[in-house]
Design a protein. Structure first.
Length: 447
């Protein structure tokens, strides 16, 4: 049936567009990088569509209503009755022993169609709600993936810091053995080493927690080894708030479900109006008589036709049912208005948060990171007056800004996930005009 096709196609399109969205922010590993055990986003989304319990439950919701549509609006079963007289009724043609009757109830014209239309409308609404559940699971996976991306980059920064601390320790020990004036520098490097150990443990714990969360979303039992998340390119969302609202009106699953609930209420009102009309019953009777007496037609069976009509005299009850259906229709319209209002508020909050994060990324990429890198390289090439302490401070400043960049990039991508939740469809992402020529590593990398 048409509603079944609509729901099935909508869920398939949601899965397909989700996989396309997953492929957009992904970037191949750089040449020379280790590609073993790298975690890509698109296969995770495909796996969730097959194994996630919430996704499977949402599909079962649609299947249940598809089956309900199949047995709604059908004719009631005919009724057969047989009466055996313990004391036969004596008639002119002989005693009557058995009476057989077969009847069929016929609902008033349009009642069955109204019921079927109501279930069909409900099937479409359930399909939209099921699609929203599937979408939320996929977006939650993307959110976790982007957090794992940040934690992977943060651990890489910690490794660079540890390498720096080791080099600075060796340099401080050499200077201390030469003139005995680098004790303060050595102590500072050792303090930094202790902090790095704590930072690494904290990041490892967070990564393990997010990995377990991802395993649960994928319906897995859990794996001990955590794959590496490859670096993602620097991308921004180019749409404006009005464009996002237009997309939300066209694609948001919850809004579609709210609109479809109006159709469900319309069908319920139509059914309540049909209940004011009577149902009919048609039947045939067969009376089996035993031959007795001198009558020429003795023992002849009797046949008859039965016509019955329901009389809907309890009008107050029927009117209450109709008023309830009308109230539900008003409520459905209010739900649509409320959902539109919530969508505007949610989109505005996420949109301006995204713009703030984009400005932060732009400042980091175009101003702060280049300045910090230049200052770090200057300190490496020309030994400043402050000695190792100045070199260490400038390199640590570089690492802090690098970590801030990765945090800002992950937060930006996670905010696009929030926007997708309100819009209901994948958003376009593109390379910003202010990005450096090689957008794969906007921070400039660390040699």
């Amino acid at each position: 049936m048409k509603p079944i096709r609509i729901v099935s196609i909508s869920i398939l399109l949601l899965a397909f567009t989700a996989s396309l969205a997953a492929a957009e922010p992904s970037a191949p590993a750089a040449k020379g990088e280790n590609t073993v055990q790298e975690l890509a986003l698109e296969p995770l989304l495909q796996e969730a569509l097959q194994k996630n319990p919430t996704v499977l439950e949402a599909r079962d919701d649609v299947t249940i209503w598809q089956h309900r549509l199949g047995h709604t609006g059908t004719m009631p079963n005919p009724q057969f009755k047989a009466t055996f007289w313990l004391v036969p009724i004596e008639t002119r043609v002989g005693p009557q022993w058995v009476s057989l009757a077969l009847s069929q109830r016929f609902p008033f014209f349009g009642k069955l169609t109204a019921k079927k239309n109501q279930v069909a409308a409900m099937l479409d609404a359930v399909g939209a709600l099921s699609a929203s559940k599937i979408r939320n699971v996929l977006l939650e996976i993307k959110d976790v993936y982007f957090e794992l991306h940040y934690l992977t980059r943060a651990l890489e920064v910690v490794e660079l810091k540890e390498k720096l601390a080791s080099e600075m320790t060796q340099a401080a020990l050499r200077e201390s053995s030469d003139d005995g004036t680098s004790h303060f520098d050595l102590q500072r490097v050792r303090v930094e080493e202790s902090r790095l150990e704590y930072d690494r443990q904290l990041l490892e714990d967070k990564r393990a927690a997010n990995w377990e969360r991802l395993q649960a979303l994928l319906g897995r039992e859990g794996e001990s080894e955590i794959p590496r998340v490859p670096a993602l390119p620097l991308l921004v969302m180019p749409l404006e708030l009005d464009e996002l609202m237009t997309l939300a009106k066209a694609h948001q699953q919850e809004l579609a479900a709210a609109r479809l609930s109006i159709d469900v209420a319309d069908r319920a009102v139509e059914g309540a109006q049909k209940d004011f009309w009577p149902d009919f019953t048609l039947g045939v009777n067969w009376m089996i008589n035993e031959a007795s007496g001198p009558a020429p037609d003795a023992g002849k069976d009797a046949f008859g036709i039965t016509i019955g009509v329901d009389i809907p005299i309890w009008r107050s009850s029927l009117k209450a049912a109709k008023d309830e259906a009308l109230a539900r229709k008003r409520q459905a319209r209010h739900k649509v208005a409320a959902r539109l209002s919530d969508t505007r508020k949610g989109l505005a909050d996420a949109f301006y948060r995204l713009k703030t994060q984009e400005k932060q990324l732009q400042v980091l990429v175009t101003v702060l990171l280049p300045q910090a890198r230049a200052s770090m390289e200057e300190a490496q090439q020309e030994r400043p007056a402050g000695g190792i302490a100045v070199v260490l401070e400038r390199r640590l400043m570089w690492f802090r800004l690098l970590l801030t960049f990765h945090r800002a990039q992950a937060d930006y991508l996670k905010t696009t996930v929030d926007l997708e939740r309100w819009v209901g469809t994948p958003l376009p992402l593109e390379t910003p005009t202010w990005a450096p020529p090689k957008t794969k590593d906007p921070s400039g990398g660390e040699s």
